[in-house]
Ligand binder design. Structure first.
Ligand code: FES
Length: 114
């Protein structure tokens, strides 16, 4: 486990997202209704940053919507809730220490397939 600092908590908008660029990947740090989430900032349908889309609830799930074609991704699992995307995006463990948001991008959360 290698949590590393992504940003300050105060930089992440309420019910919004912030892109953090790492050497190998871009990470979307998302805040929705007081909860923090982290996922790869790249739609699984095409190479589009998810942070360009809206954060909202869809059928009871916290999601981020791809701005290009409208697939929404469950922030807890990375699974798309609607087409055209069919593959999940990686989600990462996130925690807060003081005003620092820490994410472990080396340990994507394993999601059981349904
Ligand atoms: S690029 Fe995201 S749904 Fe098509």
């Amino acid at each position: 486990m290698a949590f590393e600092r992504m940003c300050a908590l105060s930089e992440v908008p309420e019910d919004g997202s912030l892109q953090v660029q790492l050497p190998d990947i871009d990470v979307a740090v998302v805040r929705f209704e007081g909860e923090l989430y982290a996922l790869e900032d790249r739609c699984s349908h095409a190479d589009v940053p998810l942070t360009e889309g809206d954060v909202d609830e869809v059928d009871g799930a916290p999601t981020i919507e791809c701005a290009l074609h409208g697939s929404c991704f469950d922030l807890r699992t990375g699974e798309p809730t609607n087409l055209p995307a069919t593959e999940p995006v990686p989600v990462y463990p996130v925690r807060v220490e003081g005003d620092d948001v820490l994410v472990d991008v080396e340990a994507p959360i394993a999601v059981a397939s349904t």
